[in-house]
Design a protein around this ligand. Structure first.
Ligand SMILES: CC(C)(COP(=O)(O)OP(=O)(O)OC[C@H]1O[C@@H](n2cnc3c(N)ncnc32)[C@H](O)[C@@H]1OP(=O)(O)O)[C@@H](O)C(=O)NCCC(=O)NCCS
Length: 151
């Protein structure tokens, strides 16, 4: 199974399902670029974690590999996978799977660490149709998308 970002770059998806939900890891060939964890919660699918890596380490290749063989210090190239549409593609995957499995809502929690890193995160979800209730201390928030039923 594959997903594509807004630049039509294709990523390989590895899906893991169990009775309580599912997870997915997204690879750019040999590099982990993102992941999702979802839990079944009654009529809702809980989006426990959606993460696109901004500093993924690509495996050492080419001349850098030769440097490694020679015992010289070397490290893989750092790749930022954000702002390419990959997060949106993964969120669409979550929504489509929730619909396909008969859930009526997608819900989730904005964690303090995520809101601190990106105070505009609620807007990212709002632009994608979610209702966001940010706590009065602005440290956490709840997100919800009500899915329309079949026509
Ligand atoms: C939130 C998160 C998943 C978004 O991932 P992402 O891959 O950067 O998301 P996208 O690329 O789809 O969207 C980011 C912006 O890039 C823009 N973008 C997408 N493709 C683009 C392109 N080719 N060129 C320029 N900009 C582009 C999008 O339009 C979007 O801006 P918008 O919201 O104004 O429309 C990511 O920032 C993340 O992992 N954050 C840390 C963990 C976290 O907070 N997770 C949420 C927990 S609930």
């Amino acid at each position: 199974m594959n997903v594509s970002d807004s630049l039509e770059h294709s990523y390989q998806l590895q899906l893991f399902e169990n009775g309580s939900g599912w997870s997915a890891k997204v690879f750019d060939v040999d590099t982990l670029a993102g992941q999702i964890h979802c839990l079944n919660q009654g009529d809702a699918l809980f989006l426990g974690d959606l993460h696109v890596l901004r500093a993924a380490t690509r495996p050492i290749q080419g001349l850098a590999r030769l440097r490694g063989w020679l015992g010289l210090p070397t490290r893989g190239r750092i790749e930022n996978y954000r702002n390419r549409g990959l997060g949106s593609a993964l969120l669409n995957l979550v929504i489509n799977r929730a619909r396909a499995h008969g859930f009526r809502r997608v819900i989730g929690r904005l964690a303090p660490i995520d809101l601190k890193e990106d105070p505009k995160l609620p807007d990212w979800y709002r632009r994608r149709g979610f209702q966001i209730a940010v706590a009065s201390n602005r440290l956490t928030g709840d997100l919800e998308l009500v899915l329309s039923g079949p026509d």
